[in-house]
Design a protein around this ligand. Structure first.
Ligand SMILES: [Fe+2]
Length: 534
């Protein structure tokens, strides 16, 4: 069976195609193809993509929430339906069976590359806006409720398994702050930009107590289904109103940053309590997705509670097509899929492999404190560079964060840079006893190591680590190991290879232009090494 899954949405459009007989599978996010961050594609892009592979789908699954007039499920309690909308087939020139799935359900099902799907007990999902203004969803036994019987007209998908909350939007609190601070960029990027600022303030205990005593947090989430916007209003009033001070809205204003820190803490507690109150057994297998699942600080609390929590590197809308394809796989009882080379699955320009001497030259430059671009293999799924589309630097430079910001990245000064650490040494340098391959946790740097790696140690001594194993990325592991052999430090600073406001690069041409434009010392594109001072 040939399956096409796609999401156009309002931003971060993406497509996956899968042939269950040949196991052929491809994924692409349109922003990488067009070079436009958060790109919103149209049906023509999908048509071009399937034509490129001469792929004629038997089944098409999408989720749209009517963002592009492509239909939606009838209510929050209907997670999927068959549709006779022929617009898709007409434009794509196909004759496939068509299904629409709910936005949050799509997020939940997109976690399949990480987890034994037979064991998933809960799919938690939170983002800025799902379908029908859903903000937070908890779907119990998400795989058991995919059944033809729920495709009958008027038959809802087991409502007792579905909890949907419209009024609790964790990231909106941070978006609100980012807008008040007049940060540049898209609103959907505000939460990510503001997140790192929590470490600059102190908790205002009286404010936190008031928030935690507001009805919705004090009484728990047990009556969620009956909650209305009015129930949330007391909490919202405490969290908003321009973060409760008159300004100025910058981190030099102690009152402002203390409220920011306190609100960040309160909302994280809200997320945590939703998990704690709705999961029967802490050992249950849980998936967590949606844009909110990119908050590494809130995630850390969840990981400390739930050992079988799985967050994909693509929790945002850019991963939605994976959920769409997975839906069809379950509905038609097909074998489980594998996604070779995950998470390096972006369908973009792959490279030749650098030889030993080229890797050695890159390592020598890093040891010397140079900033080096590193473009290798295929691009990563998700918003974070995980060693194939990265800018690298020595993590031990005293003012390293300022240097890389001034010369290349130009990010807000309060935002931390992440380390990529050899998995086998991660436990010696960070409070981390399991792999963390996708930069989704904020773990504490060991006290005796903090002074050694100031460029990747945040103000509160946390670090958003990426552990690197040979199995995940042999080339990147080799590079870091060589750096370790020369410095005794088993990690490098890793930030995404892009220019301000652009998506991560997908093509050699973008890399060369970038190299010529910015103050970066070198760039290694496959086996091709460009250096400015030699
Ligand atoms: Fe979403």
């Amino acid at each position: 069976m040939k399956i096409l899954g796609f999401y156009i949405g309002g931003h971060d459009s993406n497509i996956m195609i899968y042939d269950s007989e040949t196991k052929f599978i491809k994924y692409s996010k349109s922003e990488r193809y067009f070079g436009v961050k958060h790109h919103r594609a149209n049906l023509s892009w999908l048509k071009d993509y399937i034509n490129k592979y001469d792929f004629n789908p038997d089944v098409i699954v999408w989720t749209d929430g009517n963002r592009n007039n492509l239909g939606q499920c009838s209510s929050s309690q209907e997670l999927y339906k068959k549709t006779t909308n022929n617009e898709i087939n007409r434009v794509l020139g196909t004759n496939a069976d068509c299904y629409i799935i709910d936005h949050h359900f799509g997020h939940g099902l997109s976690c399949w590359p990480l987890v034994d799907t037979d064991k998933v007990k809960y799919a938690f999902c939170s983002d800025g806006k799902g379908d029908h203004l859903d903000r937070f969803s908890i779907i119990k036994n998400p795989y058991e409720i995919i059944d033809e019987k729920y495709l009958e007209p008027g038959v809802l998908t087991k409502p007792e398994n579905i909890i949907k909350i419209k009024s609790f939007c964790p990231s909106a609190t941070l978006d609100h702050v980012g807008i008040a601070m007049k940060l540049y960029g898209a609103v959907i990027d505000m939460a990510g930009k503001v997140m790192g600022a929590y470490a600059y303030g102190d908790i205002k205990q009286d404010h936190v107590d008031k928030c935690l005593n507001s009805p919705v947090l004090k009484n728990g989430w047990t009556s969620i289904k009956d909650m209305s916007d009015e129930d949330f209003k007391p909490l919202d009033d405490l969290l908003y109103a321009h973060a409760l001070c008159e300004g100025p809205y910058n981190l030099d204003n102690k009152e402002f940053v203390d409220y920011l820190t306190s609100n960040h803490y309160v909302v994280g507690k809200g997320v945590e309590s939703l998990f704690l109150e709705n999961v029967d057994d802490k050992d249950d297998v849980i998936t967590y997705s949606g844009g909110t699942a990119q908050n590494t600080v809130w995630n850390e609390e969840l990981f400390s509670n739930f050992k079988n929590l799985h967050i994909p590197p693509h929790p945002y809308d850019g991963g939605m097509s994976l959920g769409c394809v997975e839906f069809a796989r379950i509905l038609f009882k097909l074998d489980k899929m594998t996604l070779p080379n995950f998470p390096y699955v972006q369908d973009d320009e792959e490279t030749s492999i650098p030889d030993e001497s080229t890797i050695d030259k890159v390592v020598d430059m890093l040891v010397d404190g140079k900033i080096v671009g590193w473009f290798q293999g295929a691009g990563e799924i998700g918003p974070r560079a995980l060693g194939n589309r990265s800018i690298l630097m020595h993590p031990g430079l005293e003012k390293g964060k300022d240097i890389i910001n001034e010369r290349v990245k130009h990010r807000e000064y309060w935002r931390p840079f992440a380390p990529s650490v050899l998995e086998e040494y991660a436990g010696e340098w960070f409070d981390l006893d399991v792999p963390s391959p996708y930069m989704l946790r904020a773990v504490t740097t060991k006290e005796d190591k903090r002074k050694i790696i100031p460029s990747v140690t945040h103000k509160d001594f946390s670090s958003r680590v990426q552990t690197v194993s040979k199995e995940q990325n042999l080339l990147y592991h080799t590079l870091i190991k060589k750096f370790y052999d020369k410095t005794g430090i088993p990690l490098v600073l890793n930030t995404s290879l892009n220019d301000g406001g652009q998506p991560i690069f997908s093509y050699r041409k973008q890399c060369v232009e970038f190299y010529n434009k910015v103050d970066i010392d070198a760039i290694c594109i496959g086996s091709e090494l460009h250096c400015k001072d030699t």
